[in-house]
Design a protein around this ligand. Structure first.
Ligand code: PEP
Ligand code: MN
Length: 345
């Protein structure tokens, strides 16, 4: 339920409603908009009647939230959430590019990729130190050594880091190094992990499960928000369908659907959707055109030798080509990108 206050409601009116809700066992979340305050409430007692609040001083309207997810819904919070990642705003006017290798392999590989993607206009460095692999015999990541390499690259380039956390026990360790904790597709419904990420105060990147609906993604995000962490970025990374000419099918419609139903930022991962470099740039452009807030893309200094997901990783040269195209389209869509700093530009 949300309580919409009148535009001339006083602070005393607002705190009166907050106190009344607390006395009814609810947790009110007031948000101050440009014109008025809206108080979001997750109904503590299913079916409780709040209509009497309509008569309270300063209250304009009491509106029930019709969706299964509450705090994640746009009804609960009408304005877009902007997630601040160490000074990089995700969900604001700028289209944000997160880029780097699938997996951290060594210092040289990460530093080379980090410098190149920053110089081409990326704002956040990606790289997996803990890798959830389909096969137990595949490379599982460098673990904490990988996190140390990411931190070194962050210190050198100034790029904040997004990296995956694969279990609740690892949340404290990964939080020490990461600026954004990534919950991968395979873990979207790992409720213990969602709850652990709800208890920290760092941004979380929640990827859509490969067999999950948009509503299930939003319900997963609800676990994080309802545990206290409001800084969630959603990610569409392709779902499994009968089509097998790509690794997954990018559900581009998820972008406008999520924009309508939720206030959280939504980015697209064209790499895991495409499964092949040839399709990554067109899918990244589709993300810009569909109104996504950014992309997360795999880039490797030498994709042929990558330990993980080389077939879908862009070379540094291809990444620059993609950024040039994104810049043109983002401009046309009214979304800016950071300036290019590479030599000769
Ligand atoms: C990744 O980003 O490297 C990854 C494993 O992605 P997903 O969870 O979407 O498969
Ligand atoms: Mn990958």
């Amino acid at each position: 339920m949300i309580v919409v206050m009148k535009s001339d409601a006083t602070m005393a009116d607002i705190s009166g409603v907050v106190k009344a809700l607390e006395s009814m066992g609810c947790k009110p979340h007031p948000t101050r908009g440009a014109d008025r305050t809206v108080i979001g409430v997750v109904d503590a007692r299913q079916g409780a009647d709040f209509s009497h609040l309509e008569g309270a001083p300063g209250v304009e309207q009491v509106i029930p939230i019709t969706k299964a997810y509450k705090m994640v819904s746009r009804e609960f919070r009408p304005q877009n959430t902007i997630v601040n990642v160490n000074g990089v705003a995700v969900g604001g006017d700028r289209f944000v590019v997160m880029a780097g290798p699938c997996a951290v392999e060594n210092r040289e590989q990460v530093l080379t990729a980090a410098r190149a993607v920053r110089d081409a206009g990326a704002s956040i460095l990606r790289g997996g130190a803990f890798k959830p692999r389909t096969s137990p015999y595949s490379f599982q990541g460098l673990g904490e050594e990988g996190l140390r390499i990411l931190l070194a690259a962050k210190r050198e380039t100034g790029l904040p880091v997004v990296t995956e956390v694969i279990s609740p026990e690892l949340v404290p360790l990964v939080s020490e190094y990461a600026d954004i904790l990534q919950i991968g597709a395979r873990n979207m419904q790992n409720y213990a992990l969602l709850e652990a990420c709800g208890k920290i105060r760092k941004p979380v990147l929640l990827k859509r499960g490969m067999m999950s609906t948009v509503e299930e993604l939003l319900m997963a995000a609800e676990y994080i928000l309802s545990n206290g962490n409001q800084q969630v970025i959603l990610c569409e990374r392709g779902i499994r369908t009968f089509e097998n000419s790509t690794r997954n099918t990018l559900d581009i419609s998820a972008v406008p659907v999520i924009k309508r139903n939720s206030h959280l930022p939504i980015i697209v991962d064209p790499s895991h959707a495409a499964g092949h470099t040839d399709f990554v740039i067109p899918l990244a452009l589709a993300a810009v055109a569909a109104g996504a807030d950014g992309i997360i893309v795999e880039v490797h200094p030498c994709p042929e030798t990558a330990w993980c997901d080389g077939v879908q990783s862009l070379s540094l040269h291809k990444f620059e080509e993609m950024m040039d195209k994104i810049r043109l389209l983002a401009d046309a869509m009214g979304r800016s990108l950071p300036a290019v700093t590479r030599a000769g530009s």
